[in-house]
Each structure stands twice: as C-alpha cells, then as structure tokens.
Design a protein around this ligand. Sequence first.
Ligand code: UT7
Length: 340
Amino acid sequence: MQTRSPFGIVLSGSGSALPDAILDNVALEQLVETSDEWIATRTGIRQRRLAGPQESLTQLASQAAERALAMAGLEPTEIDLIVLATSTPDDLFGSAGAIQGAIGANRAVAMDLTAACSGFAFGLVTVAQFLRSGVYRNALLIGADVLSRWVDWSDRGTCILFGDGAGAVVLQAVELQEASTASDGLLGFELRSDGSLNHVLNLAATALEQPLKSGATVGQGNFQPITMNGQEVYRFAVKRVPEAIEKALHRAERSIAQIDWLLLHQANQRIIDAVADRLGLPREKTISNLERCGNTSAASIPIALDEAVRQGRVQPGHTLALAGFGAGLSWGAVIVRWGR
Ligand code: UT7
C-alpha cells in the first residue's frame, strides 16, 4: 500500500454527459481526405459527439456532476471540494467556480486542474490526498473537455480523433479504524511527466504583438489549434503506460490477474489493445467506448467508467486499473476499487 493514513477513499458515484450532435466518420469524409475505413481501422473510432456554439463545458460538466451526486445519494451542499480536470475551460480563469455555482454546491471550494488527457488520473490522486488527510469528507472530481473548439478541422491527422463530453465521480472519505471493515479504495498510483517531449502535443498560446500608446508592447493572447506528432504519442503511450500500471500495481500489492477492468484514456483502440497485450490482460477485461465517443481528453476515463457502471459491468468491489496519458507529456496509472 502507498500510505497508511487514518482515512481512505470510496468512489461512491459516477455521472456523464455528452452533447447531442453526432459527427460520424462518413460526415468527416466531407471535411478532409479520409475514409470511415481508415479511421475505424487505425483508431477504432466511428463517431464522436460535438458541442454546439451555445453549449458550454460548464453545462456538460454540471450535468455529469449532478448525475454522479444522485448516484452517491449526496446533496450538492454536502460537497466540500470540486476539482475540474480540463484543458478547455469556458474561462481561462477556470470553470470549476461556474460549475460550483450552477449545481449549488455552495460549501465547496472549487478549482481547475490542467494535465490534458492525464487530468482525470492526476485529479483522482490529488482529490484523494485531501480526503486521506481528513481535511475534506466529500469531493467531486470532474473530467470535461470540448476539444472540438481547438481542433484544426482541416488537419486530418488530428480532427478525426477528438470528441466532447464530461464525466464525474464522487469520492468520499472513510475512517480506517481498527474495528472498521472499511478499506482505502485508492490502492496504488504512479504519476509521471516528461517535459522534454512537451513539443509532441500542444495547444499553444500565441501572443500577437500589440503596441500600446504608452510605448510598451504587449502580446494579445490567443491559441493555436492542436498540433500533434501522432506516431510519437502512440509509441510513448504503448511503452510508458504499461510501465506505470505495473508500478502502481506493485504499490497496490496486486498482480495483473487481480484486476477486473483496465480502463485507459480513450485515445486509440490499438493503444488499448497493445497495452492489454503487454500486461498479459485478456482484451475482454478492457473498457472502451472509443467507437461512439472518440477521444474526449480528460473526460474519457470518467465517461467510460460511468457507462460501465450503469451497464452493470463494473460492480462494487471490482478493482480497476485506470491510466491517462497525453500532453505534457504526462501519464499516470491509478489502481482503485469501485464502490463501497
Ligand atoms: O490523447 C492523446 C492524444 N493522442 C493520441 O493518443 C494519438 C496517438 N496516435 C495515434 O492514434 C495514431 O498515430 C494516429 C491515429 C494519429 C495516426 O495513425 P498512424 O497509424 O500512426 O498513421 P500515420 O500518422 O503513420 O499515417 C499513415 C498514413 C500517412 O500517409 P502516407 O505518408 O503513408 O502516405 C498519413 O498521411 O496515413 C495518412 N493519414 C490519413 N489517411 C487517411 C493520416 N491521417 C489520415 C486520415 N485519413 N485521417
């Protein structure tokens, strides 16, 4: 086990929300030189959901959060902490505050966390520290992204991959007294960053020179569309993610055979299959919704988790290996138990 603290965590609820509009691969053929067959065989993606200009990340995230709270049987006012993992807030100052207001979680402190497609894994471990220390009892972790706003829709190397959505989980502190049968649902983790590969995947800010009358010159802020070296990200993920999972499993004192489900960031079906193969895990134990949702960045793990929980595949007591990876470059694996 990674720590021995007086409190542990329980994952007690999940929720998700997707925009209504569907863009399938056949429709993408109208935009760029590609084909349904190429996208499906290279990535596993058939369609993705896209937020319209009137839909906000805050709306999607709030819906997902309310569904997670309902499953956990908690009122918004019982939440102490909200962490929103996102790279695409509605507001550069952060969107967690707007979500806190929208769902009426008026006791909660709310903050954004940016770690791209690793955001949910990094957020899970971050939130767990507040609960394990006994500072907070009930927390909401949301992963949400609307990358469609930042995709270059003429770049076939990236625009075929991404979709929009939000997922959320409720985490609650449990006391780990000697007499108690409760145990910590966070079994082990490994979080990593490698900034020397930062250039491989970016949504970079740009500053257009703007001379002021005072004589000073400032940079007027904007962002470039997503740029990515797909092959390099692919190679990195297939090598680093299994390593991180093995390290997290070691800390959790678990073997791969004790994992009920492998739930990776939904980037590419070939990455999911390759990681499962490297770990020696049967592919039936992997969770994937790539075909319908594409890559929803920080939202992809909690959306797929929520779907699997509601389908009854993931059940209370099941052990999951979750792993995110992406820009930074960043990657992380978390071994958790679902439910009480
Ligand atoms: O959230 C994490 C972020 N990103 C990822 O996880 C991405 C990881 N990487 C990948 O998923 C894959 O690298 C991609 C799906 C992005 C690309 O697949 P690939 O098998 O690595 O293809 P490639 O880049 O090696 O390209 C192979 C060929 C090239 O043509 P030539 O040079 O062989 O003639 C590309 O120009 O496929 C071409 N190509 C396409 N063809 C049809 C690239 N994109 C497309 C496309 N449709 N959309």
